[in-house]
Ligand binder design. Structure first.
Ligand code: IVH
Length: 718
């Protein structure tokens, strides 16, 4: 089939010509799709095929009214799905830790050296941190097969159809690329394109985007890819996920290879040999910032040598071999109009500043966090004065600062003539939601008053109930689709016992209760029969739930996602976990010792969890919940073929061939649990010179003890 591209620039096509060409493109692309997918016998090169699709999208973008029902942009191989599907990343997509000061940079470099056990600073790359959305592009056999957003780092959204509309993203890779490769980088929108888009949206009476990042995200997450096609999205490649073979020995060379394959790579990426070079490049990029056509919010440093990256490995959310050095926050001045008290999930009373709206670094700000009552008084965390001790009064002129996506803060208050006449703010002593006493606990260890004032109402406090429920259904917890913050507030406020949700178990009994009562959800505002059915289905889909999600969802103080995973992994099943936590309420028990021996679990967490299980009403709520749901056993370590998988290992004494951190990270990578102290549960003790009481305890308990060399021998080649 011959191509009849007249080569007419899209903006010079008449509507009649455009319609004719779209019809022809639809026929032609369908023909090639059929050959490619059906018969595996393509007639044209990938590049020519890509050109057809790009031309089709360009014409559609210019003539949105002419988009055909059978347009190729509406399907990618198969039919386009209603909503985005999910893609589980072959390798997790991690985030980066942040540095803010020169000293932080020194500490970071020192940490890397210490982990590697060397006094030499390794080479790093330094490059701008692009303010967009991270994306993983998977190529198999040289062809783009899928594109996924970061999502929760493990699973992202399948946005392949939308990504195919971005001309800066190659559809195919040259022959020297590995068979399978996931190229990762940032999708972003240029500043000028952003301004033009907002001007167009304003002219069309549509909503404008707050900043280029939001515009890029909003454009990408369009169910209709033809909308995405009209948005000027771009892409920088800077990282990778799964690769079937190594591309190059260093970060720098790998990214340069991406450049040769047709990706845009950032021209400000350099290799630095010293900390001083890193800092100099940071200053250079900072100075260039306003002249770049895209938003950046800092500089990313990465250890260049991939073998060292491998040794350094990862913490739970971020690599040890990379970090982001953020630019200082932007500031603005406005008036503090009011102070509102929010009551959180754990009863914490958090003051929030209501401000006259002001634009800070391109974002309109009208609220700022005030942390706690001392902060309002001008007292910092360590008891030292902040803002030179000046308190905050309603009506004050304040300086606010915003750094990245962090909630804005009030960093200063201006003295003015009227200030002495304005009364000091009085922090409430009673919970504004339930009227219970709100107290500041005495911290036994530090002997100080806790900075946070808490409502003592527990679950009788409606605010604590609602916030706990929101946490329970949140994405990283039970993740119940269709039951977001708004819906929780709605169900919680209902007066009908057949319809309300006031405890976690209520969520799972809702369908049964609803069918018993007279009132029907389907007749209520905002619901229809279909959405009610969908809600029940998504609730039922979570009756089987990963153990760590349940533990995290309980909202126990100090138990974040990482801790929940540690606990799930250590105890394996819900019955084991629950029994052990109840037994550990006795501080003299083995259960208490074992809980504290889990690496990463300190006394604060151990106390919080056991206190939670010691409360009669929590146990009752759990019993009701467990009658409805079935927690799944925790995933056992992946590397089951390693001889230390599933074993609990303790390192003691000094190690000579690797640092303690490195030893621990390696053991964990091989599926072992690393504990801080020896107990009956310990399987293996690796003892270096100078080992003391742990060694004695191990021999008392008859636990295998080996030295560092024997350990290295055991894990050799893994
Ligand atoms: S490297 C494992 N390089 O920043 C490390 N990230 O805060 C992978 N980002 O999720 C990330 N520019 O979306 C890297 N030059 C750059 C970046 C960059 C922007 C984003 C990325 C990531 C986030 C982490």
């Amino acid at each position: 089939m011959a191509r009849t591209d007249k080569g007419i620039p899209v903006d010079q096509l008449t509507p009649i010509e455009a319609a004719a060409e779209l019809a022809e493109l639809a026929r032609e692309i369908a023909h090639h799709d059929a050959l490619y997918h059906g018969k595996d016998a393509p007639e044209i090169s990938d590049a020519d095929y890509d050109a057809l699709r790009a031309r089709n999208l360009a014409i559609e973008a210019a003539f949105p009214d002419l988009v055909r029902a059978d347009s190729p942009s509406k399907r990618v191989g198969a039919a386009v799905s209603e909503a985005f599907g999910q893609i589980t990343h072959a390798k997790p997509m991690l985030s980066l830790d942040n540095l803010f000061t020169d000293q932080d940079l020194t500490d970071f470099v020192e940490q890397v050296r210490r982990f590697l056990g060397t006094s030499e600073t390794p080479a790093f790359t330094a490059e701008p941190k692009i303010d967009g959305l991270s994306m993983s592009l998977r190529y198999v056999g040289g062809r783009l097969v899928s594109a996924a957003t970061r999502g929760d780092g493990t699973t992202g959204e399948n946005v392949t159809a939308n990504i195919l509309t971005i001309s800066e993203i190659p559809r195919t890779l040259p022959a020297d690329a590995p068979e399978t490769v996931e190229v990762r980088g940032e999708v972003y929108m240029g500043k000028a394109d952003f301004a033009a888009l907002n001007a167009r949206m304003t002219a069309e009476g549509g909503k404008v985007f707050a900043n280029p990042r939001n515009a890029a995200a909003g454009s990408l997450r369009q169910l209709d890819a033809t909308v995405t096609a009209k948005r000027p999205l771009r892409f920088f490649a800077y990282a990778w996920g799964e690769v079937s073979r190594p591309i190059a020995p260093t970060q720098y060379e790998t990214v340069q290879a991406f450049g040769r394959w047709g990706f845009k790579v950032n021209p400000l990426m350099v290799r630095c040999g010293t900390e001083a070079d890193l800092l100099a490049h940071y200053r250079h990029i900072e100075a260039m910032r306003s002249s770049l056509d895209y938003d950046i919010d800092g500089v990313v440093y990465k250890v260049d040598d991939l073998a060292l990256q491998e040794r350094l490995g990862f913490r739970s959310r971020s690599p040890r071999w990379a970090t982001a050095h953020k630019f200082p926050a932007e500031r603005a001045t406005t008036i503090l109009r009011d102070i509102e008290i929010q009551v959180g999930r754990t009863g914490a009373l958090t003051p929030v500043a209501r401000l006259d709206s002001v634009t800070v670094g391109g974002v309109v700000v009208s609220n700022a966090t005030l942390h706690n009552e001392d902060y309002i008084k001008g007292i910092g965390q360590d008891g030292q004065p902040i803002r030179e001790g000046r308190d905050l009064r309603i009506g004050d002129t304040v300086v606010i600062q915003r750094a990245g996506d962090v909630i804005p803060q009030i960093v200063d208050v201006q003295e003015d003539e009227d200030r002495p006449n304005r009364p000091a703010y009085e922090f409430p002593q009673l919970c504004p939601r339930c009227g219970s006493h709100a107290v500041r606990e005495h911290n036994e260890k530090s002997g100080k008053l806790d900075a946070v004032r808490r409502c003592t109402g527990g679950l009788i406090c409606p605010a604590q109930q609602v916030e706990s429920l929101k946490h329970f259904v949140a994405r990283n917890a039970l993740d119940i689709e269709g039951l977001g913050d708004k819906q929780i507030e709605f169900f919680h406020a209902l007066e009908d016992p057949n319809l309300w949700i006031r405890t976690p178990a209520d969520i799972f009994t809702l369908e049964r209760r609803e069918s018993l009562g007279l009132a029907r959800l389907a007749n209520m505002a905002g619901f229809g029969a279909t959405s009610v059915r969908k809600l029940f289905d998504s609730i039922n889909a979570r009756r089987a739930i990963a153990l760590h999600r349940l533990i995290f969802g309980l909202g126990i103080r100090h138990v974040g996602e990482t801790t929940a995973k540690l606990l799930a992994r250590a105890y394996g099943t819900w019955p084991h976990f629950a029994e052990a936590m109840q037994a550990a309420g006795d501080r003299m028990s083995d259960a208490w010792t074992e809980l504290n021996a889990i690496d990463g679990i300190g006394e604060v967490v151990a106390e919080a969890v056991t206190d939670f299980f010691a409360e009669e009403h929590n146990r009752a709520a759990l019993a009701a919940l467990l009658a409805e749901i079935t927690p799944e056993a925790a995933e056992q370590p992946v590397a089951t073929d390693s001889p230390v998988a599933g074993k609990t290992v303790v390192f003691t004494g000094s190690l000579e061939k690797m640092t303690r951190d490195e030893a621990k990270a390696t053991a964990e990578r091989l599926g072992a649990k690393v504990a801080g102290s020896v107990s009956k549960k310990t399987d293996l003790v690796v003892a270096g010179p100078g080992a003391g009481s742990k060694l004695t305890k191990a021999s008392e308990l008859g636990i295998e003890v080996i030295d560092e060399d024997a350990w290295l021998e055991r894990i050799k080649g893994l």
